[in-house]
Design a protein around this ligand. Structure first.
Ligand code: 7RM
Length: 678
């Protein structure tokens, strides 16, 4: 069991007891309709089982056959080499991910098909065909080259959801520069940490981004991250190192707002690209060439740079898009994630584009200018496959059925869910109100680390149960195990592990092989530990129960409690902080921070707001605690470890029912309880 964990998975999430409706929904079985199955790529359980068995029996043979569907410059010598925890796939092969997403479609009827249908928050529309996207990516790739970016260099990308974001990512892939996309909601501090860890040479950003009717000052955040002079932080002058590896900043004009441009460092994208040639052959890269780094929260204060390489990742996203979304040429596919998260990497860009699909990309907020924006987009663009997160679904339930009911969404044929467990009520609402009872729902379980979907229904084949991600994808061997590694019995809660390597698995934590091994392969030697709790029912279906480590899933975004805690203790008023999750109807979990103050600081509302603001500026708005509780002391064990379980119980239910015998000072608990009643 993970040492950081003191949470034993229980069949209900976050200590919330499931409602009666939820229990009834869980017991229902939804078979794919005959109409859907007949047209689907995999149209029966028997066909799924046959393919799955083949993929497990001889993964090398299975994946070698599948990999032939990608375009290779040179064929691999060996399919896989596994020296736990290090995997290599398609050794000796030469390939390019951007070539597979673009060039190879140009000799087919897809050439003039829409690759990206983009909609701005203010309703602007841009459509890029595969030929046009190829041209723009090639020009941008030439700009990168002219700025001195070479194969193997790292490029940070900090942008809003505009077509240039997709172009920038694919331009990096084209020349073999490893991209590191930083979500546009992150702060200057977060940018600096990530850029410095990756030692990026270039940042691509934009002046600003439209979000919920306002503007996010992206370039200003980049300027703050890069500045080197001392800065006043909370009234104190603090030395500031900036980002010494950054040579240039490439700036896309989106909002036209006033920004500072530093001569010699900052370059306008539109000026640089004006005369760039659209002729830029895709680099012939090794299968294991690092395609990207994406930072994700873990159980320490420092985010981990998850590394994905080229061929295996591409194959994983290609295959899952093909079979889980059952993608076909007529589809209008829309994944509502931001490219700043792994879901956007895999299921806005690499997966759908390598399949030659038409992708909708939306810039703005789900409820802007009105709560029906998503349904309006589905209707106007004729979206057929729609992929979103449970937190969004729950917010839409609350907003009311009148919003979807205003729109004709009969184009939809398949719905997807990702990011956190979907509660059966939300599943049923999605099924009836959005899918009108005719669209299968694929509840896709996977992680930044897994690169691609791991457990999910195959929509024409696997009957679904609301709340279950059902069965593993081809080549994936998950198991639910006890602390000691022995398999759990049906319905017994345990830890979700994956027993064999798979093509799109992470290849490491950037520059930190020890942490990689310790984090993922040490609890169960040689076996990948997911950090999630799960159970498997008597039909073999997986029910994911959420994180069992100190990672909290807030609105589908992963946050490390340690990360938020270290931001809090970085504030001059804070002596100590402990952050836990509390069940939240919309967000899944909300953040509650227990904070002890240094002498002389008044425990008032003003300070709470300042602390929230401080966390916002250290990490980003998503990490601001929903609730801050000042306390004289935190409950600790005799060895000085904060008893998070008690805090979790306090934050969730206001009471502590569990075992408190290891608590060092019982009076702390009394005080915390008293504080709760105030
Ligand atoms: C794709 C993504 C990963 C964590 C993972 C789980 C949770 C994601 C589901 C889910 C239950 C799902 N990557 N999670 N999908 N839990 N059912 N279908 O979200 O790296 O940001 O997060 O998200 O806890 O470990 S992520």
């Amino acid at each position: 069991m993970p040492k950081s964990s003191n949470k034993t998975p229980k069949p209900s999430q976050n200590g919330q007891s499931p409602s009666i409706e939820s229990i009834l929904a869980e017991k229902r079985l939804f078979k794919p309709s005959k109409k859907f199955s007949e047209q689907a790529r995999i149209s029966s359980m028997a066909q799924y089982e046959k393919m799955y068995r083949a993929s497990i029996k001889d993964p090398e043979k299975f994946f070698a056959k599948q990999a032939e569907e990608l375009a290779w410059f040179k064929k691999w010598r060996k399919v896989v080499e596994w020296k736990a925890p290090f995997a290599k796939w398609f050794i000796g092969g030469k390939i390019n991910a951007a070539y597979n997403c673009l060039d190879r479609h140009l000799s087919t009827p897809r050439k003039n098909k829409a690759a990206i249908i983009w909609e701005g928050e203010n309703f602007e529309q841009r459509v890029l065909t595969y030929a046009q996207l190829h041209r723009e990516v090639s020009r941008a790739a030439n700009v990168l080259k002219s700025l001195g970016v070479k194969t193997g260099d790292r490029v940070a990308i900090y942008m809003g959801m505009t077509p240039e974001l997709a172009i920038a990512v694919l331009a990096c892939a084209r020349i073999g520069a490893t991209h590191s996309v930083i979500f546009g909601g992150f702060s200057a501090e977060a940018i600096r940490d990530r850029v410095n860890d990756a030692e990026a040479k270039l940042i691509i950003t934009s002046d600003g981004a439209y979000r919920r009717g306002t503007i996010v000052d992206l370039k200003r955040n980049v300027d703050l991250a890069l500045r080197t002079e001392a800065m006043m932080i909370d009234g104190k002058s603090q030395p500031y190192g900036g980002c010494p590896t950054i040579e240039k900043v490439l700036v896309v004009k989106r909002t036209g707002q006033d920004i500072d441009m530093f001569p010699g460092r900052d370059i306008w994208w539109h000026e640089a690209i004006k005369d760039a040639s659209h002729d830029c052959p895709a680099a012939e890269l090794d299968s294991e060439h690092p395609l990207y780094i994406l930072y994700t929260s873990g159980t320490t204060g420092k985010p981990k740079g998850i590394v994905h390489t080229t061929a295996g990742y591409l194959l994983g996203t290609y295959l899952t898009t093909k079979y889980v979304f059952d993608i076909r040429d007529e589809d209008v596919y829309w994944c509502t994630a931001d490219v700043g998260w792994v879901t956007g990497h895999s299921y806005i860009l690499y997966g759908p584009l390598s399949n030659g699909a038409t992708v909708v990309m939306y810039e703005g907020a789900p409820t802007y200018p009105a709560p029906d924006r998503f349904w309006d987009i589905i209707e106007r663009h004729g979206v057929t496959v729609f992929y979103t997160a449970p937190t969004a679904i729950r917010a839409f339930i609350r907003a009311g059925n009148e919003h979807p009911n205003k729109h004709d969404m009969s184009s939809l044929r398949l719905l997807g869910s990702v990011g956190e467990p979907i509660n059966p009520e939300a599943w049923m609402w999605y099924h009836t109100v959005i899918g009108k009872g005719k669209c299968p729902i694929v509840d896709t379980w996977w992680q930044t680390e897994t690169g691609a979907i791991m457990i999910s229904p195959i929509p024409g084949a696997i009957p679904t149960k609301p709340g279950s991600a059902t069965l593993p994808f081809f080549g994936v061997e998950p198991e639910v195990v006890r602390k000691d590694g022995t398999p759990c019995k049906p319905n017994e809660g345990g830890y979700l592990v994956i027993k064999k390597p798979w093509p799109s698995m992470l290849r490491g934590i950037y520059k930190d092989p020890e942490r990689f091994e310790k984090q993922y392969f040490s609890e169960y030697p040689g076996i990948y530990f997911t950090g999630d709790g799960a159970r498997r029912d008597k039909n073999g279906y997986f029910w994911i129960m959420g994180r069992v480590d100190d990672v909290i899933n807030v609105s589908g975004h992963r946050l490390g409690t340690m990360e938020v805690e270290s931001a809090l203790v970085g504030h001059e008023a804070v002596a100590e902080a402990a952050v836990v999750g509390r069940p939240d109807e919309i967000k899944g979990s909300a953040l509650v921070a227990f904070v002890t103050l240094k002498q002389g600081w008044p425990p008032d509302e003003t300070l709470k707001e300042r602390l929230r603001g401080h966390v916002g500026s250290m990490i980003g708005p998503i990490a601001k605690p929903d609730d801050i509780r000042f306390t004289d002391a935190l409950p600790k064990t005799r060895s000085g470890k904060i008893m998070r379980r008690l805090l979790r119980e306090l934050a969730s239910t206001g009471a502590v029912a569990g075992d408190t015998t290891t608590l060092e000072d019982f009076s702390v608990l009394e005080k915390l309880r008293a504080g709760e009643e105030e």
